[in-house]
Design a binder for this molecule. Structure first.
Ligand SMILES: NC(=O)C1=CN([C@@H]2O[C@H](COP(=O)(O)OP(=O)(O)OC[C@H]3O[C@@H](n4cnc5c(N)ncnc54)[C@H](OP(=O)(O)O)[C@@H]3O)[C@@H](O)[C@H]2O)[C@@H](O)CC1
Ligand SMILES: Nc1ncnc2c1ncn2[C@@H]1O[C@H](COP(=O)(O)OP(=O)(O)O)[C@@H](O)[C@H]1O
Ligand SMILES: [K+]
Length: 481
């Protein structure tokens, strides 16, 4: 599990650790780790040209100490002080005595740089970059230098990933102690580039985390596995209420995802039974109400329903886990969702989430973590927010509280019609197999993203291919590939 911690939690842990260590020890650890990564990126340190962008706090201090280490190894290191009145004094003295120089003109220093260290602001930052930093940041980004951000790309909110205005776009971010949520959630994640974690001795428990990302091993432990005792009912039957005369394909794709998701059987209820069976003869189909369809251990309702809300009341009234997606999110009675006793998983994309919250889509995209938590609270349900960063937040019971999940697999090629239908079937199947809503959502998103990456290999994918790639992704996870 990769866990990210809020700034408050990091600060408290740092204070406790600092009290046990000699003064400045943590900053030295941070700077040493930062210098190692910079050296790796440079390949040859001797003779390399490095520019430090130095802000007024300890983030700038880290940059200065790392710069001193690089200068001692023969790099030509120049510091651009964003506020010469407010700078980490001891760090600056160490930098100068190691042979570092202070630049008179930031832009000129950047012209020939091989590597730029962004130490403008870290976890103490508020809001996007300030005006004084903008010209030099723009010059850095336009140069051919590799950009390394210290702890966090300056201008990215550490707790949310929000970028209010401009921020540094890093090639690599060297973060200290623990991951910060803003490094894992877009837009911040994209600004961070590749993230490298430097151990400075901080010890934090999972329970203190704010956001976590499943890794292969975590997913492998959660995957449902048939045993010698299994039969199709014990493995779980998932019911799909999806599709319409206008959108039969949504039903086919949701069934495709469900068949690959580990349930023992898939029941389809709705007007697209012909299309479903001709593509997947293994599906059990019926055309009546969901309540009359026979035994089901979890329902998926919504993809491609159009305006047909007729099956939703039955599904929401069922005492088994329910996943609501797409048109179902618009058509479902919010009171019926809130009133459910069994686990409920809602899977909106940003547009659907915005409609449910009554805000603009851009607002959801700028503050995904806040949006997914707000929806989970409002609907007393687990919510999976899809998009460039997929997040899952728990409602009541299992997964409740602040610790949300972020998905680390996927590719922008997933932004293709119907791929969300595959995801809803897949997650529904995992619910039917007995996973809780938070696990079903996050394991489903993980496999879905991995499947897309596998079948894409950098090229466009279509939703059917993603469903077809799930088995391979499952195998990779099981075998730790
Ligand atoms: N604590 C530890 O043990 C360790 C901490 N470590 C390091 O310390 C960092 C935290 O240092 P920090 O607390 O000094 O805050 P920091 O991120 O430098 O920013 C504060 C300064 O920036 C300014 N500023 C604010 N917003 C701004 C903006 N948008 N744009 C521009 N400027 C802005 C703000 O100015 P003011 O608001 O006062 O005008 C203030 O002067 C942390 O990220 C890590 O790198 C490591 O060494 C490991 C050990
Ligand atoms: N920019 C992106 N990067 C990565 N994944 C994306 C991006 N945009 C969308 N996705 C993923 O693609 C899928 C699209 O789902 P959805 O929006 O419901 O589409 P549809 O309704 O057409 O099936 C989701 O899994 C979502 O997380
Ligand atoms: K920074």
């Amino acid at each position: 599990m990769r866990t990210a911690y809020s700034v408050d939690t990091v600060r408290t842990a740092e204070r406790a650790l600092m009290a046990r260590l000699p003064e400045g020890a943590l900053m030295q650890r941070a700077a040493a780790g930062l210098a190692v990564v910079c050296a790796e990126l440079l390949g040859k340190v001797y003779g390399a040209r490095v520019v430090l962008l130095v802000g007024s706090g300890d983030n700038g201090g880290d940059a200065l100490y790392a710069g001193a280490r690089l200068a001692r190894r023969g790099a030509g290191v120049t510091a651009v002080l964003l506020d010469s009145e407010r700078v980490h004094r001891v760090g600056l003295a160490a930098f100068l005595s190691a042979g570092g120089r202070v630049a008179e003109s930031g832009e000129r220093a950047l012209a020939g740089a091989d590597l730029v260290v962004d130490g403008i602001v870290g976890i103490g930052g508020r809001g996007g970059l300030r005006a004084a930093a903008l010209p030099v940041v723009r010059a850095a980004l336009e140069s051919r230098a590799v950009v390394v951000s210290v702890d966090l790309p300056s201008g990215v909110d550490a707790d949310t990933g929000q970028v209010a205005g401009e921020a540094v776009r890093a090639d690599v971010t060297v973060t200290f102690g623990v991951y910060k949520p803003g490094l894992l959630v877009d837009p911040g994640r994209e600004y961070a580039g590749a993230v490298r974690l430097v151990d400075i001795g901080l010890e934090l428990g999972r329970g203190e985390g704010d956001l976590e990302a499943l890794q292969h091993g975590d997913v492998a432990r959660l995957l449902p596995e048939p045993t010698g005792e299994s039969d199709k009912y014990r493995r779980g039957v998932v019911g799909i209420v999806a599709g319409s005369a206008r959108y039969p394909g949504a039903a086919v794709l949701a069934v495709a995802g469900a068949l690959r998701g580990g349930a023992g059987a898939v029941r389809y209820v709705g007007p697209a039974a012909g299309a479903v069976v001709s593509r997947f003869p293994e599906t059990l189909v019926s055309e009546g109400a969901p309540g009359k369809a026979g035994r089901v251990q979890a329902w998926v309702a919504g993809p491609g329903l159009g305006d047909d809300a007729s099956g939703l009341a039955d599904v929401l009234g069922a005492e088994v886990p329910v996943l609501i997606d797409a048109d179902g999110l618009r058509l479902a009675d919010p009171e019926a969702v809130r009133g459910r006793a069994a686990p409920t998983l809602l899977t909106p994309h940003a547009g659907e989430a915005a409609a449910l919250l009554g805000v603009a889509r851009e607002e959801v995209e700028a503050e995904r973590l806040a949006a997914v938590r707000e929806l989970a609270d409002r609907f007393s349900a687990t919510v999976l927010l899809k998009g460039s960063t997929t997040l899952v937040a728990g409602g009541r019971g299992e997964g409740a509280g602040r610790l949300a999940r972020v998905n680390s697999t996927g590719t922008a090629w997933l932004a293709t019609a119907g791929s969300g239908d595959v995801l809803s079937g897949l997650c529904g199947s995992l619910l039917a197999a007995g996973l809780g809503a938070l696990d079903a959502g996050s394991v489903g998103a993980y496999l879905h993203g991995l499947a897309a990456r596998r079948v894409s290999g950098g090229a466009p994918v279509v939703a059917q291919d993603v469903a077809g790639g799930i088995a391979g992704a499952w195998g990779d996870v099981r075998h730790g590939l």
